[in-house]
Design a protein around this ligand. Structure first.
Ligand code: SF4
Ligand code: SF4
Length: 524
């Protein structure tokens, strides 16, 4: 794209901006990337995007630094993926490896959440909250700060390599790289105690994998956010393809309302004086100039459009200057658009005639359909919300009702049993007690179902023979070997197996594990 000076038409600045891609341009399938220099937009959607950017970046960079007291026996980082101890901490929630279904449930919720948002408000995720969008926005802030807005950047790009250009480019790429390092750096803090890792990282004493992770994420952030930008959305991301299946005629999409905009002209007054029918679009290209994807929304719905609504802000600004009603580009449903189009074209019988949609005072006629919030709460959206809420409620129930004490038993495989000199039979078991709270406690282990059996911990004297108490470490698996012995005359008790019962006498929390007692004739 080559720089050309802007022309003025009345009070509206006319920009020389062309879309980088459009079917009508007939570009070849493969061609060199055309650079996009998005102009800074002003308006309510831009302000909302600033807010989303601030919130999402703050969450990402600051979360690992939030502390959460879990007593002295567990880490005090609020959100931590502790790979060494195989734990996931999320504020008051602690997930053990066998509870990974909670993470799977979260992923299912995220999937249905995306379906829900897409069918309700189109590609809002892409336009506002996707990391690619947020980081590209951040990189553009840096670019604008150093190189200026659209025209200045275009001039700089096509200009000679002066000292000023080199200085600006070096500064821009250096800051981009710092953002990349900060992004990669923040990521590793989710996997270890952040303050400790920060110290060892700066002192070059951290594990090599930490440096490799930061280097990889620095490179991907820099390349995706700074260099590739819109190409990631257009060519690499599968979501634009998938979301097409989720949109219906009632989904909200950013729409150019050509039923009021066409025939577009740069010389509205002259055309009107000549008796020509003209629409609201003054062909100023402001909507094209602000588009971060480099497209012209007036060409209709396109895969590239991430629904960031910046073109709405740009066009609303133009309409304000012209004293016309906002909404020439707006969030609209296909169904509303088609109804309005039918009105403007007499059901397709004539070309667009914007006079058909307004009365003599320039006010839209009654049949014109406008955005109605109720459209968001239609059946498909409610269905997605229902599934999403059901998964969430199921997980919440599983979370509050889950046990924090678990018993696992492993029968000795070799030998499976030992016959003692008096004819009694002994079986060996490895007991694993999972104490999933960050406090030490004493657990009573007892036998159910073989009243004559005697149990003892290997290497220790037998107690009362039917139960014993064992101290378990906080937030750990305590493992030990036990022997269960059944007298010769009571071997019949073992026919249908028996149970180990682990119980915390103070909280009454318990877990039961059913297993077998193997004797001659039943060995496998
Ligand atoms: S066409 Fe409009 S909504 Fe779509 S990406 Fe461009 S500026 Fe954003
Ligand atoms: S749609 Fe709006 S912003 Fe785009 S060219 Fe027409 S008047 Fe300008």
């Amino acid at each position: 794209m080559h720089y050309q000076p802007a022309q003025k038409a009345g009070s509206v600045e006319r920009l020389e901006a062309k879309p980088i891609n459009a079917a009508r341009l007939g570009r070849p399938l493969y061609e060199k990337r055309r650079k996009i220099f998005p102009k800074r937009a002003e308006g309510r959607f831009r302000r909302f995007k600033w807010l989303v950017m601030l919130v999402t970046l703050s969450i990402y960079y600051l979360t690992p630094w939030i502390r959460w007291d879990r007593s002295a026996h567990a880490p005090d980082q609020a959100v931590l993926v502790d790979l060494a101890a195989r734990r996931f901490y999320f504020f008051f929630i602690e997930i053990w490896p066998q509870e990974f279904f909670f993470v799977a449930g979260l992923l299912v919720m995220a999937g249905f959440g995306l379906f829900l948002v897409t069918s309700a408000v189109g590609r809002a995720w892409c336009g506002y909250a996707c990391p690619q969008t947020v980081w590209v926005d951040l990189f553009l802030v840096v670019e604008r700060f150093i190189e200026g807005d659209r025209l200045a950047r275009m001039r700089l790009d096509t200009g000679a390599w002066t000292f000023d250009k080199v200085r600006k480019r070096v500064a821009k790429h250096a800051i981009w790289l710092v953002i990349g390092v900060a992004t990669g750096g923040a990521w590793i803090f989710y996997f270890a105690d952040a303050p400790t890792l920060m110290k060892s990282f700066v002192a070059l004493e951290a594990a090599p994998v930490a440096y490799m992770t930061v280097a990889t994420l620095t490179a991907t952030t820099y390349v995706f956010g700074g260099l590739m930008r819109e190409q990631v959305c257009t060519y690499m991301c599968p979501w634009p393809r998938i979301q097409a299946a989720m949109l219906d005629e009632n989904s909200l999409v950013v729409t150019y309302n050509d039923w009021r905009g066409e025939r577009r002209t740069r010389h509205a007054k002259r055309a009107a004086a000549a008796g020509e029918v003209v629409g609201d679009c003054v062909d100023c290209n402001a909507c094209v100039a602000v588009c971060p994807m480099g497209i012209d929304i007036r060409d209709g719905q396109q895969l590239e459009c991430i629904t960031c609504a910046l073109c709405i802000d740009a066009c609303d600004g133009v309409m304000d200057k012209l004293g016309r009603q906002r909404g020439l580009i707006s969030y609209a449903t296909l169904s509303d658009y088609s109804a309005n189009m039918a009105l403007a074209t007499n059901n397709g019988a004539i070309p667009i005639d914007p006079r058909r949609v307004r009365d003599g005072n320039g006010v839209f006629v009654q049949g014109i359909r406008d955005f109605d919030w109720r459209i968001i709460f239609r059946r498909r959206v409610v269905l997605y919300f229902g599934v999403w809420a059901l998964v969430g409620l199921g997980m919440l129930y599983a979370l509050v009702s889950r046990d924090r004490l678990e018993l696992n038993v492993l029968h000795d495989r070799n030998p499976q049993y030992v016959v003692e000199s008096d004819g009694s039979v002994r079986n060996g078991y490895v007991i694993k007690l999972l104490n999933m709270i960050p406090e030490p406690r004493r657990i009573t282990l007892s036998l159910d179902g073989m009243p004559s059996a005697r149990v003892r911990i290997a290497g220790q004297a037998p107690g009362d023979g039917q139960s014993f108490s064992v101290a378990v470490d906080p937030d750990k698996v305590t493992s030990f070997k036990i022997f269960v012995t059944l007298p010769k005359e009571s071997l019949v008790e073992a026919q249908s197996g028996f149970s180990f019962r682990a119980e915390d006498p103070s909280s009454k929390e318990r877990d039961v594990y059913r297993t077998n007692f193997i004797q001659p004739g039943t060995a496998k």
